[in-house]
Write a protein that binds this ligand. Structure first.
Ligand code: ATP
Length: 333
């Protein structure tokens, strides 16, 4: 059955890796009708808003989007469009599987864990103000509702995907009220899933453990900011940001995107690694029950890595984004 999907090419390397991914999905016979919408800085320039209504309506109608990275200006300018989109659609669960690919030089080739990041609150609420010149206050918002909802999501994910353990990372020893509430909600949710082991770790120790003994973790659930930072750390464990996919899931829909940003340092050169966004698209295909096509593309991708002949620059090769996509297409069955 044909499926409508909203396509957001994004900024920087976004259009390059999205084009490569769309080509692979079409070659695999995914039967998707793409509705392309521009959001972010380009939309602001042309339409006076970073998220035009028709883009939001398209995602709401289709309930599925594949999205390239969007640039967020640092220290000034408009607030993050990625964050605004997640909030506008209440995409509260950010799911980021961390799994190595064959033949990729990395510290933990056997690693297989999943990060579940709360996506709607915490220090990402954007509530900042100058108290007096030289003193700034940023508000960290943690609610019972969102903490319970993300904890339940993590346990439900573990149950559905036959995972054995969920670990909460927090700093409740220092932020006794905010992280304390998150932790309390985590254990409340855990009580409904007696077959799944529940444990918690203080975030600083947890980061050391992740670097030294990551195989002890299975599903990890975190507030928004910790989840952002730990996701990049975990991408580093399996060979880099070019390989880490993600999904933002809510009741109203799901937006699939790579963990990495718009990589302005390599944009426009056609050398970005499309693997992370392609893996995100594979997650999307499974979400819309196109399992055979997802498996076919995943197997082809794994074959390309196993063979090791076609590699992008971040993986130590010199293949272009488009050449990498061609190699995956050639391996499709
Ligand atoms: P954001 O704040 O939006 O997450 P960022 O500036 O922190 O973005 P990225 O844009 O993710 O970070 O880039 C971090 C580094 O990783 C850069 O050196 C970039 O070139 C590299 N990188 C990111 N994505 C890819 C990719 N798909 N292929 C190759 N290199 C990448």
């Amino acid at each position: 059955m044909r499926q409508k999907v909203t396509l957001i090419p994004g900024d920087g390397i976004g259009p390059e890796i999205i084009a490569a991914t769309v080509r692979v999905l079409e070659a695999a016979g995914a039967e998707i009708d793409w509705e392309t919408h521009i959001i972010g800085a380009q939309a602001l320039e042309k339409q006076g808003t970073t998220i035009p209504d028709e883009a939001l309506e398209s995602i709401k109608r289709n309930r599925i989007a594949l999205k390239g990275p969007l640039t967020t200006p640092v220290g000034k300018g408009f607030t993050s469009v990625n964050v605004a989109l997640r909030k506008a659609l209440d995409l509260y669960a950010n799911v980021r599987p961390v799994r190595a690919l064959p033949n990729v030089p990395c510290r933990y080739p056997e690693l297989d864990l999943v990060i579940i990041r709360e996506n709607t609150e915490d220090l990402y609420s954007g509530l900042e103000h100058v108290v007096v010149p030289g003193v700034v206050e940023s508000l960290k918002i943690i609610t019972e509702k969102a903490s319970l909802r993300i904890s339940k999501y993590a346990f439900e994910y573990a149950r559905k995907n036959k995972r054995r353990k969920v670990t909460a990372f927090h700093k409740a020893n220092i932020m006794k009220l905010s992280d304390g509430l998150f932790l309390e909600c985590f254990y409340r949710a855990a009580s409904e899933y007696p077959e799944i082991q529940a444990e918690d770790k203080i975030i600083d120790n947890a980061c050391m453990q992740l670097v030294m003994k990551p195989e002890q973790f299975d599903v990890i659930v975190m507030e928004n900011l910790y989840g952002d930072i730990v996701s990049d750390l975990c991408a580093g464990l399996i060979g880099g940001l070019g390989l880490a996919p993600g999904a933002n899931i809510g009741e109203q829909g799901a937006v699939f995107e790579a963990v990495h940003g718009s990589a302005p340092d390599i944009a426009g050169q056609g050398i970005a690694n499309p693997t992370a966004i392609l893996l995100s698209a594979i997650m999307m295909l499974r979400h819309i029950e196109k399992h055979d096509i997802a498996n076919n593309i995943e197997n082809a991708l794994i074959e390309v890595y196993k063979e090791g002949k076609v590699r992008t620059k971040d993986m130590g090769g010199n293949s272009k984004t488009a050449e990498f996509a061609n190699a995956v297409i050639e391996k499709l069955s």
